[in-house]
Each structure stands twice: as C-alpha cells, then as structure tokens.
Design a protein around this ligand. Sequence first.
Ligand SMILES: Cc1cc2nc3c(=O)[nH]c(=O)nc-3n(C[C@H](O)[C@H](O)[C@H](O)COP(=O)(O)OP(=O)(O)OC[C@H]3O[C@@H](n4cnc5c(N)ncnc54)[C@H](O)[C@@H]3O)c2cc1C
Length: 420
Amino acid sequence: MAHNVIAEAKKCLNCKKPLCRTGCPINTPIPQMIQAFLNGDIDGAGKMLFDNNPLSVICSIVCDHARQCQGHCVRGIKGDPVEISTIENFISERYLDVLKIDCEPANGIKVAVIGGGPAGITTAIMLAQLGYDVTIFESKPRIGGVLRFGIPEFRLPKSYIDRYESLMRGLNIQIRPNMTIGKSFGIKELFRDGFEAISIGTGVTWPNTLNIKGETLGNVHYGVHYLESPEVYHLGNSLIVIGAGNVAMDVARTAMRRGVKDVKIVVRSDRSTANTDELEYAKIEGADVIFNKAPVEITDKGVYFKDTVCDENHKVISMSEDATLMPADSVIIAVSQKPSNLILTDTEGLELTPRGLAKTDENGMTSIPGLFASGDVVKGAKTVVEAVEQAKRTVVAMDRYLKAKVAAEKAAQSAESKGE
Ligand SMILES: Cc1cc2nc3c(=O)[nH]c(=O)nc-3n(C[C@H](O)[C@H](O)[C@H](O)COP(=O)(O)OP(=O)(O)OC[C@H]3O[C@@H](n4cnc5c(N)ncnc54)[C@H](O)[C@@H]3O)c2cc1C
C-alpha cells in the first residue's frame, strides 16, 4: 500500500495550472499536498487537506474521482491519471489520528446546527474552530446522516463517522441525539434560548415516488428506507431496482450481498448518474443494468415497462405504445429524494424554493436573519463534497453575521450607557 501511494505521488507532474484542482468541487490543493507529502511533511499535507475540507478522508472514499480530480489529471490524457484519491486517503486517514485542531479562544456565543450529516458536521467543526459554542441537534441516535444511515458499510466503514464523533466531542461540540427540530420545539425556541445563529443541514431524506399504479403494494419499497435497515426486508429471489444513481447501486449491491440472486437495475434514460466506479462494481457483482425502460405499472408479479428513446441530452423524448412485464419478487424504487421537514414547512417567515428546498442568498442565509442553511436541503440531492463546500461558505457568512451582531449590540449598549 505505502509503496503504491508513494509511486502514485511521484507520478504527479506538479502542473503550473493544475486541472485536477479545477475538477474538484472544493478546489483541494492537490499538487501542493502531494509535494508536501513527497518532501516528508505528511502532517503538513494532512493539515492542508483538513483545513480545506474537514471531511477530506470521507471524500477520498465516496467522491466520483473519475469525473472530478482524477478525471481532469493531464496524465490521464495519454495513460493512467495519478490516483489522487488513494494519496488523499492515505494522508487524511492518518491525519485523523494525529491531528490537533487549533481553535480560537472560546467567545461564549452559542450557535445551533440542525442535522448531523456532512453539511452539519462541517459547520459544527468549523464554527468550533472559530471559538463558538456549538450544539448539534440530530434526529437519529447517531450523527453521520447519509454517511451512517445510507451508504453501506462495505463502501464506507462506519468507524470513520465514529472518529468524527469523537473529534467533535473533543472540540466540546454538544450533540443532542434523537432530537428532531420542528417537533417538540422549533427555530423560534432555539433563538429564544440564546442561540445567536442557527444552521439547517437536514438533507433530503424523503424518497421521491413514481406516482404509478401499484406503488403501494407489499412487494414495493424505497431505496433510502431499505439501506437504513436492509435486515428487516424480505425481498425474495429476484429484485428490480428502479433508478440510476448511487442509491440504486447501493441498493443492488446490498441486496446481492444479502442473498438476492437475480438483481436488475432498470434506468429510464440511457445513462447512469451514479459514481462511475459504483456502476462498474454493481455490474461486476452481478447486477444486470438495463437502460431505456420507463416503469408504468407495478404488480405482485413485477413491473410493466415501456421502451424509451432519449435525445443527446439523455432526456426521454418518446416511449413505446406497449408495455411489457419484467417479472420480479420485489421492487425497490430509488429515484432521488426530497425534503420532508417540519422546520421548512412550519417556520414562519422561512421562504422555500418551488421544489420545497430552503431558499438562501449566495452566503447561505435564509429569509430569516441569523438562520442559515447548507447541503442537500438547499441544493436537493447532490454529493458529500458539494455539501461540505457549501457548509464551508456558510460558516464564513455566519461568522461575519455574528461578529457584526456582537459589534452592533456593543455599540448600542455603550450608546445607552452614555444616555444617547
Ligand atoms: C444511499 C446514498 C448513497 C450516496 N452515495 C454518495 C456517494 O457515493 N458520494 C457522494 O458524494 N454522495 C453520495 N450520496 C449523496 C450524499 O450522501 C448527500 O449529498 C450528503 O449526505 C448530503 O449531506 P447533508 O448533510 O446535506 O444531508 P444528510 O446526509 O441527509 O444529513 C442530514 C441529517 O439531518 C438530520 N435531520 C433531518 N431532519 C432533522 C430535523 N428536523 N432535526 C434534526 N435533525 C434532522 C438527518 O437525520 C441527517 O442526519 C448518497 C446518498 C444516498 C442516499
């Protein structure tokens, strides 16, 4: 392993204009990190990665490297690109053990983070580093969001999230598990209790439906529900997974590992939106991936599909007249997610987008002063690295907002004491 990592790092051309960075949604300083590593400064390389992206180690595992950093590496034009993800993983995984986070002195200002997924974890860590007193509220018993309750163990070991949980406790971040904001109390009560700013990172946890006949039958399930507790499902010997993204691939691979013999992933258009590797892994593990089939009805015996034709943008432009039955014991629908959150619907004054997502300005502030949002709850179902990138920008805006608020309060107090 170590030899591979060093050999891979030595392949880096240290380009003046590093296209790998351009391909990375969070602009990871890839050549700099590789040079620091090769010069023996592995701690410096780790710090560089962590400071730019606190979830660097997670991203080294779950990002779509073939489309992002590695897909842009110039060495890939004529041969194999540098395996940046392997180098990043080696450095960042070790850094989690040795890191000592420098924090600014505690400023006593309370901030609340709602949701403990990638957006919430990033927000909480970065605000704690800036000296804020952070409390994170999480619906589930453990933090992690999709990292813990969606992506299967064989792809992302949960021990990584456990390590983040310890790191956060080490930063004195308070975690309130099993606490769904919007049920017992909401945003208003958090402001009432002295939280000066609040960040929502509640993701999109509710599955989209197909809205076709048969969707309520007993043999039909939703991907995100299945992945949360696959052991409680009895799928039989054959399964149709409807969908084209990472959720569909994770469902298929999990079901096959749990003994379902015949797994078909059926896609409406002519391409998959899953990570390039995930599609290949699903196929190599035995899933049959079938494109250009639109589901029109589900029965106890399987799914009726119509054949589709797509344009050059992969948009379905026409469908066959007749539908044919593809037999299966069970069906799992994995066609993305939407928000299902009382915070969004019940918070007075909170504006939403037409898709029901939190509406924010370019800095992540919602229509309510002091209430920010980041991650999937703002952008819809996207990726871990995008949630982190957005959370990072939101933290900068929260810090600016809080400093301005404190300064304004001090100015008002001093004016009052002078009797102005
Ligand atoms: C099965 C699956 C596989 C995926 N695979 C990949 C992949 O390989 N690579 C990749 O980059 N992306 C992948 N994604 C997408 C990625 O996981 C998400 O984009 C990312 O997790 C979004 O982060 P988030 O913090 O916005 O939301 P989430 O991860 O959804 O976290 C939201 C958190 O908020 C909590 N919450 C919700 N409502 C409340 C409330 N009212 N009060 C308190 N807490 C609340 C939830 O319990 C959850 O813990 C995948 C998604 C799924 C579902």
